[in-house]
Design a protein around this ligand. Sequence first.
Ligand code: SF4
Length: 372
Amino acid sequence: MKRQSSQTSNSAPAAPRFLSALGLNELIEVFKNLGEPSFRATQLLDLYYRKSLVSYDQATCLGKALREWLAAGLPLYQLEPVEMREGGEASKWLWRSANSLIESVQIRAPGRVTSCLSSQVGCAVRCAFCATGQGGFERQLETNEMVEQYLQMRARSGLHSSHVVFMGMGEPLYNYEAVMRAVRQLNRPTPEGVGLAARRITISTVGIVPGIKRLAGENLQLELAISLHAPDEATREKLIPAAKRQPLREILQAAAEYSKLTHRLVTYEYVLLAGVNDAPEQARELGRLLRGRPCKVNLIPFNPVAGTDFKPSAPPAQRRFKQILDEAHVPTTIRVSKGRKVDAACGQLRASGNANIGSTERSEVLPSILKK
Ligand code: SF4
C-alpha cells in the first residue's frame, strides 16, 4: 500500500486526458500503472456513470492520494461550464471545449427529465429558421463531448435524466460514428455506460436517407424523429436547403424500413410558420403523405427571435392544422414550448453567449430561431 501511494503521488500522465474519454480497460491500465487494483477502476467508473461526479472528492471509495492524483492528472470532464440559464421547465447550458461553444438543454416534465444534446459545433444543413444553421458548420463533436453533456447536466443539476434526444446543435447523422459510440455508451450498463434504454434515446434528423438506412441496421430500438416541416419539396427546400439531396419519397421509404426493422413509430417534426407551411391545404397534403404509416406528428410552435422574418402560426391555425391531421387519422400532438424563457432553440444561447464571454467565434447575436 505504501508503494502504491508513493507511485500515485509521483506519477503524472503524459498527455492531457479526461475520464470521460477512457473505457474501463484503459482506466484499469492507468490504475495498474499506479499500483492500484483493477476493481478500483470499476468502482470509479460505476460511480461516474451511475451518479455522475462533480469532483473526485465524492469518490470516497478511493484513497485520498489517488483522488488527488486523479484530480491533477485525469480531469473528470473536458467541457467547461460557461453559462446556465434557468427558466420554467428548462435549463440551458453553454460549455466551452477546445475553443468551441456547445449548447445543451435539460427539459423537465412530470415523470421525465430529458437531456437535449448537441452532436456538432454549428451545422452544415443551414435550416432557414435556425440560429445554429445561420452560423454554418464549425467541427464535429467527439463522443466524450456528447456523453459529457448528459453527465455534467445530471451532476450539476442533481436531476437524473430519463431520456436523451440528439436534437441540439448539428445534424447527428452527419457525425454518424461518434454519435453511435455516444449512443452505445449511454445505452451500455454501468460500469461501462449510463444504462439508458435505447427506447429512451432519440436521434433527430432532417432526413439524411443513407444515415436512416444505416441506423435501421444497428439492431437498436432507438427513437427516430425526422424534421419534415413541409409536405412538398419546394417549401421544404426553402426551409432546409440540404433537403434537395433527400427527396421526400426516399425519406418516407427509409422511415418505413426503419419502423419495420425496429418496430418503432417514427416521429415527424413539423415547425409551424405563419404563412409558410401552416395552410389547411398543406395539412391535408401532409395527411395524405403520412396516412397509414407507423408514425406520429409533432407540431412545434415556432420560437420567435428578434431578427427573423419567420413568425409563429397563430394558435387557431395550429389547432386547425392538427384537426385536419386528426381527421386523416395521423396521430398528432402540438408540442408545449418549455424553452422560450431560456432561448432553448438550438444556437440561441451560443449566439448570445459569444459576446458575453469574449469568444473567438461569432460575436453578433444571430437572427434566428429554433431547433428542428
Ligand atoms: S435545425 Fe438542426 S439540422 Fe437544421 S440547421 Fe439547425 S441544427 Fe442544423
